[in-house]
Ligand binder design. Structure first.
Ligand code: ZN
Ligand code: ZN
Length: 141
């Protein structure tokens, strides 16, 4: 895969079991396949309110490194209230983050996730560990 900004070959970094990021060692940008950003940041969606930010998106001349078929990236705000910009492939919906945008990401994500989303995830985690199942059994007895 080639960096959409400077054309260098991206290097793969295994972040976790199911996530490997493609990073440009020259410009330090990062490519996230669809769903990887949400997974890394532990949020519901790659882009919290896509419909809103898409209204102000604009096309770029950058080629998607994943599709590599001439599919272009479009630049949009990650969230309407913040100046963090991401480049999103119109076809595979992967995301490119420039190095300068990365440090903004953590701060923005912490602010955009709603309480209900956090709660829903916490409930899911509890279910996965079997806590609620145990609790239900106890009530029946
Ligand atoms: Zn690059
Ligand atoms: Zn693509």
């Amino acid at each position: 895969m080639k960096c959409p900004k400077c054309g260098k070959t991206l290097r793969k970094f295994e972040l976790m079991e199911s996530v490997s990021l493609d990073i440009c060692t020259a410009c330090k940008g990062i490519w996230y396949d669809k769903g990887e950003l949400a997974f890394q940041q532990e949020v519901e969606r790659d882009i919290p309110d896509l419909k809103t930010v898409q209204k102000t998106s604009f096309p770029t001349k950058c080629d998607c490194p994943r599709c590599a078929d001439g599919s272009k990236l479009e630049e949009m705000k990650y969230h309407v209230k913040h100046d963090l910009l991401v480049d999103r492939c119109v076809k595979c919906h992967g995301l490119w983050l420039d190095f300068k945008e990365l440090d903004k990401l953590e701060k923005v994500v912490a602010r955009t996730e709603s309480f209900t989303q956090r709660l829903a995830r916490a409930m899911k985690d509890i279910d996965a560990r079997g806590f609620t199942v145990v609790a239900r059994k106890k009530i029946k007895e």
